[in-house]
Design a binder for this molecule. Sequence first.
Ligand code: COA
Length: 211
Amino acid sequence: MEEFDDGISVFVASEKDEKYVDTILDTITKAAKVRGSGIAKRTHDYLAEKMRERKAILALKGEEFAGFCYIESWENKHYVANSGLIVDEKFRGHHLATRIKRVAFTLSRLRWPKAKLFGLTSSGAVMKINTQLGYEPVPFSELTQDDEYWKGCGTPENPCCINCDVLARTNRKYCVCTGMLYDPEKHEGEELPVSLPEDVVEMAKHAEELD
Ligand SMILES: CC(C)(COP(=O)(O)OP(=O)(O)OC[C@H]1O[C@@H](n2cnc3c(N)ncnc32)[C@H](O)[C@@H]1OP(=O)(O)O)[C@@H](O)C(=O)NCCC(=O)NCCS
């Protein structure tokens, strides 16, 4: 658990945190409306399962929801994405997203040490955070080619993101988002950005049964 002197804890969620799922979904939907962007469809069950599998990061101030993101693996765990990042408006601008991503990154590195970590984003804040973690901008051809991942953007017939027509028109080569990739081979021996509690480290190292 990462705790600063603002009283917000950032930690790897578990099944007992399912009570926050509806608030998380609500906050993601509201933020997408404000940004005028589309949104990958996530259900209550999907996020609850991420918590049960210990693939979600939650930030709380006491019992109050502050932020969230979750982890997904693709192509037989060769690629790992940290997705669905959200910080409640009230808590923005204080490096909470940075803290959440640092925990998600550390957990991902411990759990899938050989995987390439990647993300698609149009957010300046996220580009900055990813860059600090060692991600680099790359063409889409270097990201996972797993169709399931790209389904999250939607299709012109079944749109999730407002720009999915661009993605379809370019045959998935280009779009409005920037693809970012962290290649572990370029960072051998580097320290992880945060320390996680011992039980989480143990879980991450022996998590095959949760994968
Ligand atoms: C994007 C989001 C998660 C950022 O949360 P946050 O806690 O305010 O972000 P941080 O405070 O950790 O900011 C990280 C860095 O980005 C900078 N930043 C913050 N907002 C920014 C913006 N709109 N444009 C450019 N840079 C920005 C910060 O100054 C900080 O840089 P620094 O380390 O040099 O000081 C939050 O605004 C959000 O939930 N937005 C809606 C959902 C969303 O866009 N999710 C991302 C989908 S890819």
